[in-house]
Structures are given as C-alpha cells and as structure tokens.
Write a protein that binds this ligand. Structure first.
Ligand code: URA
Length: 433
C-alpha cells in the first residue's frame, strides 16, 4: 500500500478502510511516512471529514500504538472520568474520593497543566511529600488497598497521538471533531478504561467555544465509543468563567477539601454532583436519584474526605495539610484587584484568567518551568454579581512580586463590568448518553 493513494482517496472525500487506517498509523509511528505527507493528510481530513467508522478505526489504531494498561486484575466496577480541560477545574480531586467511598475502583492516570489549563497531577503534587510517579505495581496495589489512586502517566500510552497532536498543533488541524475525539478516546482506551464520563466544557476557557460544538463532540465520542468497546456518557458544562472561586494548585486543593466537607461553592458542587452521579449511573450500581442521595451521604458523614486523606497518605503526602488546610494558603505576596466602577460582572474570560494564573507562577511557560504551588487567584465576584466601585473582585497570590504587573494587565482585559444585569447561566448545560 502506498500512502500517496490514501492521500488521494481522502482528498476526494472517500472513506478509508480499517486496514488503510492501521497502515497509516503504523507507518507514521515507525517513521516510514514523513511529516509533510501526514500534514497534507490531516488537512484533507480537516476538509473532507471522517465517517464514524473511520474515526473509530483511527481511535483503536492510536490506542494500540503503545502500551495498553490492563485493569482486569482489579476486582469491582471501574469507571473513569475525563475533562476536556478548563480553568479552576478541580473536579477529579473531589469526585474520585466520593466514588471510592461508594465502592467504585478509581485507577486514574492524570496529566499536568497544559497552557492556560491546570492539571490534576500538579495540583496533587502541591501537597508536600505527595508523589504521583507510581510504578504500575504501586498503582494497582493502592487501588486494591484503598480503592483509589491518581498517578501521572508513566506508561507509553498512545504514542501515535503524541506525534499526531504535535503535528496538528503546527498545521492548523487541531480543531477537527474526528481528530479531537480519536485523540481523547485513544488515550482513555490505552489507559484501560471501559466506561468513561466526559466533562465536555464549552466557553471562553475551553476547546469547544459553543454549546452546540460541545454537544457534537459528546455525541461523536459516544458513537465512536460504542464501536470501540468504550461506554461513554458526557456532561456538557459551562466554562465561560473559572469553576469555583479558586484557581492555582494549592488553592484548588484547599477548595476541594472545603467541597468534600460540604462547604464548596455552588457551581463546583453542582458539577461534581452531576459528574459523580453520571459515573455511578454508568457503573450500573445506582439510579440517578439514588446516586444523588449516596453522594450527599458520603459528604455529610465524612467518608469522602477520609478517602481523600487515605489517598494522600498512601502516596506519601503530608496529611497535616488535609487536617489543617489553612496551611495550603501560604503565598508570600498578594494583590487586591478592585472594581474600577459600579455595575454587574458581564465577562470573565477564563482563558485569560488561566493565563494570568500561569503568569503568577501557577503554570509552566516551558516544559522546564518550576511551578509556584502557592500562586493563583481567589475570586470574590463571579459572572452576574453586582459590584460597587472599589469592591474586591479577586485577590492574586504569588511568591514573586515581580510577576503581578503582567498578570494584572491580563485580568484587566479578562473581566468586564457592564451596566445591565447579566443572567447567570447553569453550570450543567446538557447530558449526553
Ligand atoms: N485534548 C486531547 O487530548 N486531544 C485533542 O485533540 C484535543 C484536546
């Protein structure tokens, strides 16, 4: 088979066979097909699209391009959760112990922060002593012992996706539904999941800018999942402002502990309940109504917080920070961002707010950057809130005062105050299953 024939076929809008797609992925991973041909191929896919069957074939070929984690040795129901990326998104830290407290096995491989979005691994590592680079043996052992482990991605999972994603990034072919769906699903399949709940975010801080696009992606992932042996449910959620009140690694751990104690902000609580509830429904253990009751129960009786503490202890973290979470709030410098006029908060561009947090030191500009775990923002006002001139909108935190000015400039462009009342949106926009 010559790759130029596949290129021609896709250019003319014809569907490729399973064998052809396997040849493409194998040939590219082994270095037999050059980047310039694959670039043209990606652009042909971008304009001609792929059928659901082609996308499912691409997903499986990418999942099979490296190691595949086998979770079958862990007894019990396993359900995974994945977010398409957001700002202030600490839901994994809250949902995972809730589910573990309810008997679901959580063997979760998570990522680091990417650009303006944070990553669960960085958030967890902000707890002094906690390690996420678990060997597969430690990872499985911990899930068997306490029902829960969150580790960084150690295995060589879906290397085809790594290569293709890097090429998509520089050939303007990232924003294609089939390519996005195959990229996300291939990594989930390789990580051993067979049931996944996706939090498909839409809005200023998300990959999908509109609710319609987010729904389209959720439906596509459900349909490809069905063809690839992966049961997929999705919650479409709003990302037109940061989730919760806190952005930044230790700050988000603090807010997660508050939420596990039943004291979290309403939007964060609502989304966590929706996602955890969906995972319980997908596990087959509970109905929707039962799930909500069960989640409330493990928050009220402290079992979910206790599971979080168990996980921190098992991964070497200092549990004193869980018992006295104020110790997580220790940035050396702060700046109060005040309202310049009276009005209503009408815009909170989450991408720009995520970038402001990164500029304060909470994220990486380059792969080698060292994170300031204390850096970030705490919001006192959110979309739709009324403010008077001089009211505190948010406080910026960092250990390096020199980093404030650029972050403040970003915030000035990110937050708008208008005269007309703004109608608050629900955080959960749709459920697709
Ligand atoms: N996240 C991924 O993992 N892949 C994409 O293509 C887009 C978002």
């Amino acid at each position: 088979m010559h790759f130029i024939d596949l290129l021609n076929k896709k250019k003319r809008g014809l569907a490729l066979s399973t064998e052809e797609i396997n040849c493409f992925v194998e040939g590219y991973c082994q270095g037999h097909i050059p980047d310039y041909q694959v670039s043209a191929f990606l652009m042909a896919i971008y304009f001609q699209g792929m059928t659901v069957q082609e996308t499912a074939d691409l997903t499986l070929a990418m999942a099979n391009s490296g190691d595949r984690v086998d979770l079958s040795s862990i007894p019990g129901v396993k359900v995974d959760k994945h977010s398409t990326g957001g700002v202030g998104d600490k839901t994994s830290l809250i949902i995972s112990p809730i589910l573990a407290a309810l008997g679901i096995k959580l063997a979760k491989m998570s990522g680091r922060g990417l650009g303006h979005t944070g990553g669960t691994v960085d958030k967890l590592e902000s707890i002094p002593g906690l390690k996420t680079d678990l060997s597969l043996e430690e990872f499985f052992g911990q899930v068997k012992d306490i029902g829960l482990a969150i580790a960084g991605q150690t295995a060589n999972l879906a290397p085809a996706d790594k290569k293709l994603y890097a090429l998509r990034d520089v050939t303007a072919t990232v924003d294609n539904m089939s390519l996005i769906a195959a990229s996300i699903l291939s990594k989930k399949i390789a990580a051993g999941s067979d049931r996944v709940v996706f939090d498909v975010k839409c809005g200023s801080g998300a990959f999908m800018k509109t609710e319609e696009e987010a729904k389209e992606l959720a439906i596509l992932m459900r349909d490809i999942g069905a063809k690839s042996g992966l049961a997929v449910h999705s919650i479409v959620s709003d990302m037109n402002q940061p989730l919760g009140r806190m952005v930044g690694n230790r700050l988000e751990v603090y807010e997660s502990i508050e939420t596990l104690k039943g004291r979290g902000p309403e939007d964060l609580k609502e989304l966590c309940f929706a996602l955890a509830g969906e995972m319980l429904v997908l596990s087959g253990m509970y109905t929707e109504v039962q799930a909500e009751e069960k989640i409330s129960e493990v928050i009220v009786n402290g079992a979910a917080l206790e599971k979080f503490r168990d996980m921190v202890a098992a991964q070497g973290g200092d549990v004193a920070y869980i018992d006295e979470p104020e110790r997580l709030l220790q940035a050396g410098e702060k700046y109060e961002f005040l309202a310049e006029k009276a009005g209503y908060v009408t815009k909170m561009d989450s991408e720009a707010i995520g970038t402001a947090s990164l500029l304060l030191g909470a994220g990486r500009r380059t792969l080698d950057d060292v994170i300031d775990f204390d850096a970030g923002l705490i919001f006192e006002k959110k979309l739709g809130d009324q403010v008077e001139k001089g009211d505190l909108i948010c406080t910026l935190y960092s250990n390096d005062r020199a980093l404030f000015s650029e972050a403040i400039e970003r915030l000035k462009g990110a937050i708008e105050l208008g005269e007309l009342a703004y109608r608050k949106k629900n955080i959960v926009l749709a459920r697709i299953c």
